[in-house]
Design a binder for this molecule. Structure first.
Ligand code: GAL
Length: 718
């Protein structure tokens, strides 16, 4: 299987290139300016199906041939797309059965991309046929570095509820459960007497009254992921018949709730990701870091590609804030620091037409006499300086457990509190560790965790028995585990593990929970004697081997354990029974857009961004972005960070001390990335080597200017 694309050398730089939107004379200006900016890779033809196949079975590759030759003659490598995320209008007309149907039974209209059913056999045939034509024609071309199949699977058509999908779902259920008795047992259909007599009786989880079977909803979410993966595989395997360039598709790792990217990981030759900042979120560079770490983890630690981000504002948030001076550079280099070997944008040249004309681009409407263009050219030079970084690995000593299935399950209706949200705790723990300058990996709960000194489980409501045992083995072998409340509660079918909560983790944590006491809206509860404050949650813990570290000192569980530790085998398992915040006076800035939509029935679907964008499903409202602003990160002893610091110390996790948390510090191989997000210069001690961006010699310390980035290559083998 091919790995990372061999070419271009160094760090790939460029973006989506959509020349079909422009007359040919513009193309010549494009390539000249691409060279000026140092662009060496473009994703070509992501949306050009109607150009290539203007009528069903009628092909016209003339313009694409000319573009490919032009780019080749200028030495620009191509990531050739199959444009199958946006079928032409003839496809809709000819194949009405392939139209997307939403949960409420609406047939989704055309006039935009993605409006097809992922289980449609007509779509399968048409997309494969086009992929075959493209691969046959271009796979041997020396300019083609790699393939970009489709665009963002599941962006807006994550789940379709039409009859074709229903049939495909029934086949999938037969495969998964064998017979209907097994399905009934797994789904617990004796509850409310919802027993099925045959697979034919099973409907997709279409719009229903409250209380729809949650196991049905989870299986539908799983089935839908597989439907998209099947579409990808079909195209990928077709392409592989003609060439051996790597094949990828661009993920939306931190933004698409509907895909399970652990399942996608092994399907692609190289993991690639699209990341867009939530502009209004305070300290959104922390969320960027999290997305990059998650992408690297899905890539199994191998180099990955940043396939899209933006030079400035996007067009789909309520207020599309431009990036601040230096922000595009900091964002780009933070992705590289965390394992990306490319910096690619959506898109090369700002469009004049259509939905995205107010989206930033490498070449803005304002043209080359603009600071944005000058920044783009300067970034190209920076990346040339970082060529040596390519392929080096980021090593992490701490892992956060992340499971999309648990995300889906937690955010279904009728949980003990609407404040139980996957990203709320995930972001809180990530942020606390980020402020401690600890680089983390993410891991599936069933993964081999033995390489990590410390493992954190911020939100694993759904945890299989096998995963619970995996965590137990990790601790017994000497690991340090931190588990947050409402984890290990249900199995893969959303059935409560037998006995007291948390069934999958009772023995690991050395405790059980007698009763949950979720707090009222905005309620808080005091913890311990040092001024810790919990939000969202309180519960009555019964110790069974664990010891109390802090007790609740008020609220429904006053006098009972709030934070515990359990020595087990050679390791320790900590448990935190309330929501501590990552820094004083600051709840994590989880945007509303990332929430399950108002806990309306249904597994969250689609990408969590603006409903204004026209995505399917309730996408929430980005108008209410962010938690309280602020976050000085002074690191008092009264927050989650202080608690984690104690575990980090006990686990022996190495990290720099005494640096402000406006400074992002990441080691990638032997290279040290220092990104200053603050407004003051920061001097980092014990730094010696050469500045890769500015050629400076550092002997003993490096001062990173406000808003600046320094990358240091240590002298010799250091
Ligand atoms: C991505 C998509 C691009 C473009 C971009 C705008 O999700 O892949 O085609 O729409 O968003 O931010």
């Amino acid at each position: 299987m091919p790995g990372y694309p061999a070419l271009p050398e160094g760090i790939a730089y460029g973006g989506d290139y959509n020349p079909e939107q422009w007359p040919e004379e513009v193309w010549r200006e494009d390539v000249r300016l691409m060279r000026e900016a140092g662009v060496n890779l473009v994703s070509l033809g992501v949306f050009n199906w109607s150009m290539l196949e203007p009528a069903e079975g009628v092909y016209d590759f003339d313009r694409l041939d000319r573009i490919v030759e032009l780019l080749h003659s200028w030495g620009i490598m191509i990531n050739l797309a199959t444009p199958t995320s946006s079928p032409p209008t003839w496809f809709r007309t000819a194949h009405p059965g392939a139209r997307l149907v939403d949960r409420e039974g609406h047939v989704i209209a055309g006039g935009t991309r993605h409006s097809f059913c992922p289980s449609s056999p007509e779509y399968a045939t048409a997309s494969q046929r086009l992929a075959e034509r493209l691969a046959e024609r271009y796979a041997g071309h020396p300019a083609i570095a790699m393939w970009h199949v489709h665009n963002e699977y599941g962006w807006a058509n994550a789940r379709c509820y039409c009859e074709t999908s229903a049939e495909a779902f029934r086949d999938w259920l037969r495969e998964r459960h064998g017979d209907v008795a097994a399905l009934n047992a797994a789904w617990g259909t004796t509850f409310w007497g919802l027993t099925y007599g045959s697979f034919e009786e099973v409907e997709p989880p279409r719009l229903a009254l409250p209380g729809q079977l949650t196991a049905l909803q989870l299986d539908y979410a799983r089935f839908s992921v597989e439907a998209h993966i099947a579409n990808f595989r079909r195209e990928r395997d077709t392409i592989r018949r003609f060439g051996d360039q790597p094949v990828t598709t661009n993920f939306m790792i931190a933004n698409c709730v509907a895909m399970d990217y652990w399942r996608w990981a092994d399907e692609v030759d190289v993991v690639s990701n699209d990341h867009y900042l939530e502009a209004a979120r305070a300290e959104n560079h922390i969320e960027l870091a999290m997305a990059a770490d998650l992408t690297r983890s899905v890539a199994g630690g191998r180099a990955w590609m940043l396939m899209e981000h933006s030079t400035g504002a996007v067009n789909w948030q309520p207020r599309n804030l431009a990036k601040r001076p230096g922000e595009m550079r900091r964002n780009s280099l933070a992705h590289v620091a965390r394992g990306s070997d490319s910096v690619l944008f959506f898109q090369w040249r700002a469009s004049r037409h259509g939905a995205e004309k107010f989206h930033s681009a490498m070449l803005p409407h304002a043209g080359t006499d603009s600071s944005l263009w000058r920044d783009v050219v300067a970034l190209g030079a920076d990346l040339r300086g970082l060529a040596g970084v390519r392929g080096s690995r980021v090593e992490a000593e701490v892992a956060l457990v992340w499971d999309w299935e648990s995300f889906w399950a937690l955010e279904l209706e009728w949980r003990p509190s609407v404040d139980l949200r996957f990203r709320e705790r995930m972001d809180a723990y990530y942020e606390a560790l980020w402020r401690e300058h600890v680089t983390v990996d993410f891991a599936h709960p069933g993964a081999d965790l033995s390489a990590y000194r410390m493992v954190v489980v911020p939100s694993s409501y759904l945890l299989t028995e096998a995963a619970g045992k995996n965590l137990r083995r990790y601790v017994e072998a000497g690991g340090h585990l931190v588990v947050s409340y409402f984890s290990g509660i249900v199995d893969e079918n959303d059935a409560v593990h037998p006995g007291a909560h948390p069934g999958a983790l009772r023995d690991v944590l050395g405790l059980s929970v007698e009763e949950f006491h979720p707090l009222p809206e905005n309620g808080t509860v005091p913890v311990g004697d040092d001024g810790l404050t919990g939000r969202i949650w309180s519960e009555r813990i019964r110790l069974a081997g664990a010891r109390t570290v802090h007790a609740f000192t008020g609220g429904p569980d006053a006098g009972h354990p709030a934070v515990t530790r359990h020595e087990l085998g050679a390791g320790t398992a900590w448990y935190v029974a309330t929501a501590l915040d990552p820094s004083p006076d600051r709840a994590p800035g989880v945007p509303e857009g990332f929430r399950a939509p108002g806990h309306a029935p249904g597994v969250p679907e689609g990408r969590r961004d603006s409903g204004d964008r026209g995505d399917l499903g309730d996408l929430g409202d980005l108008g209410d972005l962010g938690g309280p602003a602020g976050g000085t990160g002074t690191g008092t002893e009264r927050d989650l960070r202080a608690l984690l610091r104690a575990v980090l110390d006990q686990a022996g996790v190495s990290r720099p001390r005494g640096l402000p948390d406006t400074l992002e510090l990441v080691r990638r191989g032997r290279y040290l990335f220092l990104i200053n997000h603050g407004e003051e210069p920061v001097t980092v001690p014990e730094v010696s080597g050469t500045g890769m961006l500015d050629g400076a010699a550092y002997t003993g310390s490096a001062t990173v200017p406000a808003g600046g980035v320094t990358v240091v290559e240590p002298a010799g083998d250091a």
